[in-house]
Design a protein around this ligand. Structure first.
Ligand SMILES: *Cc1c(COP(=O)(O)O)cnc(C)c1O
Length: 417
């Protein structure tokens, strides 16, 4: 935590200090056994994390980016295929698609959830693709076969999976979830009439254990979850030089393993994840109460009835974002933008040939979103400071009467010495 800040954007120190003894014990155990690569720590964590996601298998890998790349490759995405995703995400989503040899193509997001808009996906599949003579779905833009869809569960909320899965099934596409921000998020399938966890609905899913994620390592890390035993074995090979048995290489793979120490650390932290996610949900509800109480027109996150989000980020929209962020910074409040430049407008993707105006919902969002402080140890008092400052910026006159009044009354009622 940055001590000069009244409210940091994120506090990665407190949870680790609280668990210091257990975390240090992991390191000592690894030192004493020299169990640095593979072994029981890795296997135990994989079992526990699969259990947490209600998935049959989890394979620990070196990062979320590698998790997504290996999941796509293991699912059978071939070099030259198109993989459809959204432009409103972290670049790792499309990097993994390119690294798997495929070509990313984008569809716009939903105005309220910031996740893949199923209608935009339908429009893409039905109007911007055509069937080849052999019955393959070809993208008109690139002329290449469409193989898979990657919905991103952004900010800790799952994409609307029922219609996405139905469209994918109709067009014989694979669905690989980018669940890198959504450990523990849930989705109520209206079709199957039950709740699902992120990572248990697609053919496979990718998770990241980057330190700032809801479940973070003390370094880099990631995992693939799947209910497909063959796919799990394929990912195990890809992360370990294409071998299932030492020095017997079935294919060329990668060095994409996750350190045993990191998996031991993740096992310690996973025990706390349900409580941490519950705390994040409480903090989100508190923001909503505070915004309602001071009557700001701030637009908070939208959680549909079918969603239980885990609030990796708490994102609001502001017309004058630059002004608001500068005001909050001056008040010692940390903020972020996730993400300021849509992928289709990044220099790295000039070669894809998209232009401004191609994805209006994403582009509008990218110009207005602000991420407010959100972490399990955030206090209601800190949140009141954040909301008071936002109210002060948005409506300075209303602020003095509506928000500062209770404060003022409290101070006046205290006996003066
Ligand atoms: C963090 C993240 C990734 C990549 O994970 P790394 O572990 O940093 O490689 C991919 N997609 C999304 C949406 C992410 O937030």
């Amino acid at each position: 935590m940055n001590p000069s800040q009244a409210v940091p954007f994120l506090d990665l120190v407190t949870p680790h200090v609280e668990l210091e003894q257990e975390l240090t014990a992991v390191f000592q155990e690894a030192l004493r056994s020299a169990g640095f690569i593979a072994g029981p720590m890795v296997e135990n964590f994989e079992r526990e994390f699969a259990g947490f996601c209600d998935a049959e298998h989890a394979v620990a890998v070196s990062s979320g980016t590698d998790a997504l790349r290996f999941a796509l490759m293991a699912a059978g995405v071939e070099p030259g295929d198109v993989v459809v995703t959204v432009p409103h995400t972290f670049i790792a989503t499309s990097e993994a698609i390119s690294q798997a040899g495929a070509l990313p193509e984008f569809v716009d997001v939903d105005e309220r959830t910031f996740n893949m808009d199923p209608d935009a996906l339908r429009e893409y599949l039905e109007k911007r693709c055509s069937l080849s003579e052999s019955g393959k779905l070809l993208s008109r833009r690139s002329g290449r076969p469409v193989a898979a869809v990657v919905p991103v569960h952004l900010y800790g909320q799952m994409a609307d999976m029922d219609p996405i899965l139905a469209l994918a099934e109709r067009h014989r596409l694979m669905v690989i979830e980018d669940a890198c921000q959504a450990h523990g998020a849930q989705y109520f399938s209206r079709k199957q009439k039950r709740w699902f966890k992120a990572g248990a609905m697609g053919r496979a899913a990718a998770f990241s254990f980057y330190p700032g994620k809801n479940l973070g390592a003390c370094g880099e890390g990631g995992a693939v979850t799947t209910n497909d035993a063959d796919l799990a074995v394929a990912v195990q090979k890809l992360r370990d030089h294409g071998q299932a048995k030492k020095y017997y290489h079935d294919l060329e793979g990668y060095n994409g393993r996750l350190d045993s120490i990191q998996t031991g650390i993740l096992s310690v932290k996973l025990k706390h994840l349900p409580a941490w996610n519950a705390q994040r949900r409480e903090r989100a509800a508190e923001y909503e109460r505070l915004f309602a109480a001071c009557g700001t027109e701030i637009q908070g996150p939208y959680e549909p009835a079918w969603s239980r989000a885990v609030y990796h980020l708490y994102v609001v929209r502001a017309e004058d974002r630059q002004g608001l962020m500068a005001h909050l910074k001056q008040a010692g409040i940390g903020t972020g933008i996730h993400y300021p430049i849509p992928l289709h407008l990044q220099r790295a993707y000039e070669r894809l040939g998209y232009k401004a105006g191609d994805f209006p919902v994403t582009e509008r969002a990218a110009g207005q979103i602000v991420s407010l402080p959100m972490f399990p140890h955030l206090t209601a008092g800190q949140q009141a400071q954040v909301v008071n400052q936002i109210a002060a910026f948005l409506q300075p006159k209303v602020f003095t009467s509506r928000v500062a009044l209770p404060d003022l009354l409290e101070r006046q009622s205290k006996p003066t010495m």
